[in-house]
Design a protein around this ligand. Structure first.
Ligand SMILES: Nc1ncnc2c1ncn2[C@@H]1O[C@H](COP(=O)(O)OP(=O)(O)O)[C@@H](O)[C@H]1O
Ligand SMILES: [Mg+2]
Length: 237
C-alpha cells in the first residue's frame, strides 16, 4: 500500500473529540420504550481508536448514530468535535454530518447507479465544494486505496473488499475529524477484513483521526486505545 495522499489534512478538532454525559436514547414503539443507550459517560481525546464491543442489541449502532448526528439523543449531553449535539437545527446537523464525521457501514451503502468515482465525490459536492477539487481528491483517495483502476466501475462490479474501500474513500472526502465505522468488516473475508482494519488504523495513527468502530472482530484489538463493552445500553465494567 502506498503512502496516503498529502491532501488528507490533519483536522483541528480540539483536544477532546467526544464528550458524553448521562447520554440516553430511548426508542418508543407503540407502548414499549427501549433504552437503547442508557446513561453513558464517555470522554475520548483526539486521535484515539475506540473499539465498541457487545452483543447484538447492546446499543453499538445507536451510539454510533448519535455520534454521527444521524439520530438525536433523548436526554443527557453530547459534544462531538466541539459541536454540541443537544441543540441545533436540522440544517446544522446536516452540516455537521457532512463536514465533521465520516461513516462506514457493514453493508457499504454505496449508490448502485453511480460509479466508484461518483460515489466518492458525492458527499464533497453535497458539501458545496468545487467539482474539480472534489474529483481530484476522490481520485487521490481511490488511488491510495488501490482502486485507481476501478474509477468507472459500478458497485455491482466490485468485490466486497473493493466496495468497502470505496466506502472508506467516500467517508474521507470531506476530511472528517472523526471516522465512525459500524461493523465494517462484517461482510468481508478475513483477508479483506484485515486490509480494511489496517486502513482505519493507518488513518488513526498517521493523521490523528479519531476512529470509533463497532466490531465483533478481534482484528481491532491490536489497534485499540480504548475498548468499550456495551451491555443493554450501558458501559459494562
Ligand atoms: N429505530 C429503532 N426503533 C426502536 N428500537 C430500536 C431502533 N434501533 C434500535 N432499537 C433497539 O435498541 C437496542 C439497541 O440496538 P442497536 O443499537 O442496533 O444494537 P447493536 O448495534 O449493538 O446490535 C435494541 O434493543 C434494538 O432493538
Ligand atoms: Mg449494530
Amino acid at each position: 500500500m502506498s503512502a496516503p495522499p498529502a491532501a488528507i489534512a490533519p483536522p483541528d478538532a480540539g483536544r477532546l473529540s467526544i464528550r458524553a454525559r448521562h447520554l440516553t436514547r430511548i426508542y418508543t414503539v407503540g407502548s414499549v420504550q427501549v433504552s437503547a443507550i442508557d446513561g453513558i459517560n464517555l470522554s475520548v481525546t483526539r486521535g484515539q481508536f475506540v473499539v465498541l464491543k457487545g452483543d447484538s442489541g447492546s446499543g453499538k449502532s445507536t451510539l454510533l448514530s448519535l455520534l454521527a448526528g444521524l439520530d438525536r439523543l433523548t436526554t443527557g449531553e453530547l459534544t462531538v468535535a466541539g459541536r454540541n449535539l443537544n441543540q441545533g437545527s436540522e440544517a446544522e446537523l446536516t452540516d455537521f454530518r457532512r463536514h465533521t464525521v465520516g461513516m462506514v457501514f457493514q453493508a457499504f451503502n454505496l449508490l448502485p447507479t453511480l460509479t466508484v468515482l461518483e460515489n466518492v465525490c458525492l458527499p464533497g459536492l453535497l458539501a458545496g465544494r468545487g467539482y474539480h477539487t472534489v474529483r481530484a481528491k476522490a481520485r487521490e483517495l481511490l488511488e491510495w486505496l488501490g482502486l485507481g483502476d476501478r474509477l468507472g466501475h459500478q458497485p455491482s462490479q466490485l468485490s466486497g473488499g473493493e466496495m468497502q474501500r470505496t466506502a472508506i474513500a467516500r467517508a474521507l472526502i470531506n476530511d472528517p475529524a472523526i471516522v465512525l465505522a459500524d461493523e465494517p468488516t462484517g461482510n468481508l473475508d478475513s483477508r479483506n477484513a484485515r486490509t480494511v482494519m489496517a486502513l482505519l488504523a493507518d488513518l488513526n495513527r498517521r493523521f490523528e483521526r479519531t476512529v470509533v468502530i463497532a466490531t465483533h472482530s478481534d482484528l481491532a484489538d491490536a489497534y485499540a486505545t480504548m475498548v468499550l463493552r456495551l451491555q443493554d445500553g450501558r458501559v459494562a465494567t
